[in-house]
Design a protein. Structure first.
Length: 246
């Protein structure tokens, strides 16, 4: 398959590009090329999504699959769709569970209420001022994808994404701390359910969906496990004999 991956140099988009190359696909990474190199075996198509004409080099090109991980820009998503929707056999948009309005009720699914859409281009500063903005931009972007490509759209809503390349330290603290050994302070919440998805598993599923032409809207997360069990798994994974202290 000829596949276009927007990004391909950082975390989720890079993991997707790595997986696509490993499966033998022709992979084109559309990026500025400033955040790092694309994976070996992939080609770099230099684009700048902040430039109104930044996707011009993609005009007229056709792809069996397009994978977009745009974070907080409805404009980026809309521009990509305007340029490529009619020339893509399958379209993946990586969204987020942040689209959901209710994060307290357990057992909800993809039909749960979502935040009102915000069709804007947002920044990290905007997100700090409005914590719901990330999810609102994502849901507006989802709607744009569905409207443009219809039954060729695969919308995936990951939860906490972890693994190689994660620069947020939302999860990476725990492997690092357990690897140091000693007494490790952990939250005293023995029944607290926790969930995450390794970026490599997410990438593999995205590629499975593209290859099989899977369409629809799906959550992407592991089964919930109590926090102590997750931390015990982390400790085993790094070969730690650290002592958890509550």
């Amino acid at each position: 398959m000829r596949m276009l991956v927007f990004g391909g140099t950082l975390f989720v988009s890079r993991a997707i590009a790595v997986e696509a190359v490993a499966r033998g696909h022709e992979v084109i990474c559309a990026a500025r090329g400033l955040s790092g190199a694309v994976p070996a075996g992939a080609a770099l198509e230099r684009v700048d999504r902040d430039d109104p004409h930044g996707l011009a080099s993609l005009a007229g090109q056709a792809f069996d699959a397009v994978i977009d991980t745009a974070i907080m820009s409805h404009r980026w998503v809309a521009d990509a769709l305007s340029m490529l929707a009619d020339h893509a056999g399958h379209w993946t948009f990586v969204s987020s569970i942040s689209v959901y309005a209710d994060h307290a009720t357990r057992g909800l699914g993809v039909d749960a209420p979502v935040h009102p859409p915000a069709a804007v281009h947002a920044t990290l500063a905007d997100r700090s001022a409005d914590p719901e903005l990330y999810g609102r931009v994502k849901i507006a972007s989802e709607d744009a994808v569905r409207n443009a490509v219809g039954n060729r759209a695969f919308i995936v809503r990951p939860g906490l994404v972890t693994g190689p390349g994660d620069h947020t330290d939302r999860f990476g603290y725990w492997p690092m701390r357990f690897a140091r050994g000693g007494r490790v302070v952990v939250p005293d919440v023995s029944e607290q359910p926790t969930q995450h998805i390794d970026v490599r598993d997410l990438a593999a599923w995205v590629l499975d969906a593209a290859e099989r032409r899977l369409v629809g809207t799906f959550d992407a997360i592991c089964p919930a496990v109590p926090l102590p069990g997750l931390l015990a798994d982390v400790a085993r994974a790094v070969g730690s004999d650290a002592e958890p202290v509550r």
